[in-house]
Each structure stands twice: as structure tokens, then as C-alpha cells.
Design a protein around this ligand. Sequence first.
Ligand code: ADP
Length: 718
Amino acid sequence: MANRQDSIKNRIRAVMVLACVIVLTATAAAFAIYEVSSFKGELTRHLSTIGAVIADNVRTPLSFENEENAEEILAALKAEPGMEASAVYDKEGNVFVFYPPSLQKDLLPTHPGSGSWIQDGSMISFVSVLQEGKTVGTLYLRVSLKAMYERLARYGTIVAVVLCGSIAGAFALSTVLQKRISGPILALSQAAQKVAERADYSIRAPKLTQDELGTLTDNFNQMLVETQEHHSRLTEQARLLDLSNDAIIVRETNDRIVYWNRGATEIYGWAKEEAVGKVKEELLKTEYPFPRAQVFETLNREGRWQGELVQTRKDGARIHVSTRWALDRGPDGKPANVLISDNDITEQKKAEEALRENEQRFRALGDNIPQLAWMTDPSGGIFWYNKRWYDYTGTTFEEMKGWGWSKVHQPNRLAAVTAKWKEHLKRGENWEDTFQLRGKDGQFRWFLSRAFPIRNSQGHIVRWFGTNTDITEQKMSEEQLERMVSERTLKLQDTIGELEAFSYSVSHDMRSPLRAMQGYAKALQEDYKVVLDETAQNYLQRIQNASNRLDLLIQDVLAYSKVAKGEIDLHRVDLDRLIGEILLSHPELQLPRAEVIVEKPLPAVLGHEAYLTQCVTNLLGNAAKFVRTGEIPRICIRAEELGQKVRVWFEDNGIGIDPAHFGRIFEIFGQVYGEKKFGGTGIGLAIVRKAVHRMNGEVGVESEVGQGSRFWIVLEKA
Ligand code: ADP
């Protein structure tokens, strides 16, 4: 480039200097030519004038052959500068006289000529000497041209000096001028060179002049501005393409790679510099799962193609890619580049493969389980049944797919089964139902059916897996069992009834001998008090206590038996009234012995007067009995409504009950402390439970040790 710069400078200089030399040389030459020709002309004219004068003067001496006279006339020529030789020839052509006398005669022309010419640096001129029109002799003159040559030499020197000066001036001038002319060009050229070397489009050429070169610089800079914008747009686009996780590759029609983004490096391992310029299929060892020609045929026809390929990474690993190709045509419509976007789907492929294998294993398993099995899509459409389904129903997949299974259901149950199944599908909850399915023999069998949703890693249901287990045999044995149980229960109830009747009559019958024992014991005590010692009286007292207790026991057993046996009719019973009467007839439930608060009004219930009296008496009796020594029992009776039912609470301030005993206390003889501490038979709560159950009610308790007890009974509202 430096040479080129030099050459521009030098050329400008050379042109100026050359122009100067040519002009000066031409001018000098013109002057020289003019000088020579005018000198010659003058000399010729001068010679002819002198010749004419001399010829005129020598005519007479020549005619008279007066040599002396003729020599004198010739001697007059000595005043003529540059006169080298002169001679007069007679009419025979012999030298008559010559001048200067020192001249060697041999050097004179042997014969006279005519006219004038230049020869050997001298001008030679022959002038005829005429007398009355006849040539009587010839005058010969030879004048040296030395003066002329000297003048020319002087000219030459002057021209050379002027030329040198001019060249120096032109050189200096050209140096100044070239700066003005070549400066902007060089600045432009340097800017262009920097741009080319550094690819830096922000460089601008300085504008040094306002002339055409200035305009050229402006245009060049404008071009750079546009190129810079274009370049930054391209850089931005390339940066964006680099951001893509997909491999983006551009290949030319000859399969050479011209663009390779960061995603391509990540997927394939080769850096951009390694990949660009390589043949793509060779670099990636592309394996087409179908004829390669098909791909290019589609690409040429439709301008795009997409599919899956196997390629090899730099580290030698084979990977599956999902690829999209788009053909870019040139302005002439011919295929130019192919833009390729690849996505690594190796993991996905492996997962799919694993899934397929799993599914195959699963289906093999599904075909071999004893149940009928099936799978549905998330909306419940069945897409797979196991072999046993087809074996049992004798159907085909075409008949059964989607919701086709309804064809083998019992029509009267189908709506309910479908509604329940749809509800579970919607909620995504495990499903279970029991229904009959028709076999290929037309017979229905019972199946316990279950299905559960299978979810993906995001928790979305991807399918449902269901089974139908044949429970016909169980169902039949269950029914048989139920039948047997109810038969036996009936028998048992009969037996219990008989037993209850028996125990009632036994208890009833036991009371009269017991009363006899009590009566006689009392008589002994009263009538023989004086004869009986203290020990005998003590024994007698024990007999009396035992018989009293036995009486109590018999009464309770009788009460229980009464409650347990026979049919009862339920009526409206006013609890306010009932409880009021009970309290009145039991002084131990009145102040100061006890305090009973009734939160009135209590509702009327559907019950049995006697049973209810028994229940309330027992509950209040217990509440008043199980208190800490010296403490006055405080009992609260209140009711709460439970829809069509009523719960009546009996809350006391007694010793409370450990919840561990809640189950036991309602059994016969279910005492917690034994009879000694608080007395009682352990039958009271059993009677309450029996009676409440017989009135279609419930009984229960809430309590903690030391916190009082809250017994409740629930009965229907009247
Ligand atoms: P008992 O004849 O002993 O009262 P019950 O069948 O009436 O027999 O009661 C069974 C047991 O339940 C009682 O022995 C007692 O331990 C417990 N019990 C019943 N009512 C109460 C109560 N209100 N407070 C504390 N314990 C009670």
C-alpha cells in the first residue's frame, strides 16, 4: 500500500515535472529552430549582398586580369566576421584570386558551383560575376557558422538552467499540490484499509477538501455508516441466533457449513471455527432413517423439511435430533442455502423406548393376571383391554373401544355405574364399584371393579388403569352367609326370648322364698333379740343384708327382662312432666340431699313411659350416687335438638369415669368399683341401654375422672 501511496505522489510529481520539461524543451527547440533559420536567412541575405557587391567590383579586374586589384577587393572582406575563405574564379573555372592569403589553395573548391549551402559548419555561397549578362567569373565565399553555434550553445545553456529551475519549481509545486490532491485520496485509502483490516465500521475518513474529493469522502463515510448499521444489525441477529438452545446451522447447496451457532457447539461439540467450511454430513456422520433423496426432493418441492436424524457428536456419541430445514433461494430462484435447526431429543427417545418396553412388559403382565383389565385415556375412553376381557366378553376392540364397554353392562344399573365413574374421572380419585358384566355365553357375573389414575411427574393424569375381579362365587357365598346369619339370629332371638321369659319367671318365683327368708330373719331379730348373743345378731344382720341385696338384684334382673322382652308401642311422652314426677317421688333427689336443675322446657319425645321412667331414674340415681364423700350432688338436665331427634343430657358433678371404661359400664354387671364402695348391682346402665335401643334411640357418655359425667340419650322427637 505504501508503494501505491508513493506511486500516487510520484505520479503527480512526474506528471508535473514532465509537463514542465516538455513545455520548456518544446519552447527552447522552437526558439532554436527559429534562431537557426533566421540566422541562416540573414546570413544568406548578407552573403548575397556582399557577394553582389564584391562580384560587381571584381568584374573589372577580372576582365582585365588584374589580380592585384581583385585581391584588394577581396581583402575588403576581412572586415566581415566569420569570413573563412573567399576566391574569384575566372570564366574557365580556375582560381583567379583568393583571400586570405594564408589560405591553402588546395582547400578551395576546384570548380566553382552555384547557389548557397551549408557544409562542414560553414556557409558556402557562389555568386556569378556577370558582364552584360554573361558570366565572366564566379565569386566563392565561405563564412564560418561558429558564431551561430556559439549562440545556440548559449541558448542551450540558458534553456538547461531554466529547465533545471523549472523542474525544481515544478517538483516543489507538485509536492504542495499533491498534498492537496492526493492527501484526501490517501486519507480515504487509509481509512478503507483500516476498515478492511480491522472490520471496524466506526472508522471515518477525514474530509480534507470541499471539492469533488470532499464529496467522495462524504459518500464513503455515509457508506460506512450504512455498513456499520447493517453490520450491527447482522451482529445483533447473530447474537440472538447464538442465544438459541437449538443448533442453528446454515449450509450451502454443496453441504458446506457457513454458519454454526453456540447451540450447535453445545449439541455437537465442535467449535464454530472447526465446523465452518466442513461438509455437514461428513462432519456429523448423518444417518438418514429413510432414503436421503426423499429429504432433498421434499426440500426442493416444498421449500422445507422436518424429521428426525441420527448424528454423531465430536466425542463420538450418536445422538437423535429433531431437525427442521428451510430452503433459501437466491435472487435467481435457484437453491442457495439451507437453514437447519436441530434439537437434541436423545433423552426423550430413550424415555420413549423405555416407556415402550415398560408398556410391552405391562401388557404381557396385564394379559396374564386373573382379572379383566383395561386402560383409559384421561377422559375415560378405553384404549386397551387385556386378553381376559376379550376371552370373557367374546367382543373385539372395535366394539369395546372408548365407551363401548357399556354394551356388556346390565342396562338397569348402567346409568348409576356411568355417573359414578364419570364423577371419579372428574375428581381424579380411585374408583370402586360392583356390577355385573355379560359373558360371551350371555350370562351375567358379578365383578368388583377398581380403577386408579396414573399421573406423570407433573401430577397430571395421563391414563387410568382398571380391573374387574370376578366375585360371583364370593357374592353367592356372602348371600348364603347372610341368609344363614339371619336364620340363626332369628333362632337366637327366640332362644334369648325364651331365656328372658325363663329368667323373669325364675326371678319372679325366687322373690317369694326370699321374702320368707327376709320375714323370718326380721321376726328372729325382733322376737328373739334378748336370747341371741351379739355374734348371732350380727349373723342375722348379714343374712338380712344379703337377702336385701338379692332382692335388689332380682328386681333389677326383672326390670331388665321386662325391658328386653316383648313388643312395645311408642307414644308421645312429655319429658318435663315425666322428670317432674320422678323428682317428686324421690326425696334423695331433692334438696338438701341433692340439687337437680332442669333447663325447661324439655321437649316431648317418642318413647315408652315406663321404659323412660326406668332410664331417667337409673341415670339420676347414678348421678346422685357416684359423688365424692360429703359432696352434695348437683345434676343438670337439658336437651338439644338434632334435626328430627333430641338429645337429653344428664350432667353431674360426680367422680367421673375413666373413658377406658365407657364400653364396659353399659354391659350387665359392668361396675367399675365393685358394689362395696357405692352399692348397686351393675345392671342399671344395661337396662338404660336396652330400653333406649328399644325406643329406637342411642345412649352414650362423656366424662373424665374427677370431672363429673355427662350421660346422654337420643330419642326421636314426638
Ligand atoms: P350400678 O348398679 O353399679 O350403679 P350401673 O350399671 O348403673 O351399675 O353402673 C355401672 C357403673 O358405671 C357403675 O358401677 C359406676 O362405676 C359407673 N357409673 C354409672 N353412672 C355413673 C356416674 N354418674 N358417675 C360415675 N360413675 C358412674
